[in-house]
Design a protein around this ligand. Structure first.
Ligand code: GRF
Length: 220
């Protein structure tokens, strides 16, 4: 069983999707801890209700980012994760913390990276009159939203879309993409120990694509 720790800052709908998927008999992973910088995060409540260890590690006033990250990861490592998943964790993680972290860490981002790293991705995709938008899972590196891409799900932009409507359709795909990616890592189809990562033994040259049936397949 792959031991998975989750970092989340908000309501935790992606955490809920992971919890649900982890209950499938062939999931291959178990959620062993949920951690947040926000003591009031819905994700912490969801975790507690699901019987998963949950803890808030808020940043203290004036505390340096690297110091906060050191405290956070010291706490996270107590649950001995094999994989750390950022599911709506809204803080930039310091290069110092990443340099000492040996546990692989992945992040879910609501855009088709490398398009639109950072915030307000849905509004930016609409402002650019893009034909499609979506979400990505990538390996976390010191550069924000720029680590090796693992998998993406695409969503068509419809006439008259608003950022809210588009966000809702992307979120629905996030709820499929993240569990599918974690399951691929748990089943050792996706190997994060090399750069680029490998899928079914071959280097991943383009992000995996989530099919309408929620399977991951090789991209173009
Ligand atoms: C998701 O859109 C995620 O991609 C973004 O923050 C949101 C988190 O939502 N970075 P939730 O807390 O999982 O509901």
């Amino acid at each position: 069983m792959l031991r998975v720790a989750v970092l989340a800052s908000g309501r935790g709908s992606n955490l809920a999707a992971l919890i649900q998927a982890s209950r499938a008999p062939d999931a291959g992973y178990a959620l062993v801890g949920v951690f947040s910088d926000q003591p009031a995060a819905g994700a912490l409540t969801l975790a507690t209700e699901a019987g998963i260890e949950a803890a808030a590690v808020p940043r203290q006033p004036g505390e340096a980012r690297a110091r906060h990250d050191a405290r956070l990861f010291a706490r996270v490592l107590q649950v001995q994760p094999d994989l750390i998943v950022c599911a709506g964790y809204m803080r930039i993680i310091s290069a110092d913390a990443l340099a000492t972290l040996v546990t692989p860490m992945i992040n879910l981002h609501p855009s088709l990276l490398p398009l639109y790293p950072g915030l307000d991705t849905h509004a930016r995709a609409l402002a650019a009159a893009d034909a499609e938008h979506g979400c990505s899972v990538h390996v976390v590196t010191a550069e924000l939203d720029a680590g090796p891409l693992l998998a993406q799900a695409r969503v068509a932009i419809e006439p008259g879309d608003t950022a809210e409507r588009l966000a809702a359709r992307v979120l629905e795909r996030e709820h499929r993409l993240l569990p599918a990616t974690v399951a691929a890592i748990a089943r050792r189809r996706l190997d994060l120990s090399t750069t680029p990562p490998r899928f079914d033994g071959a280097p991943l040259r383009a992000p995996l694509r989530l099919t309408p049936g929620d399977a991951l397949e090789l991209g173009a």
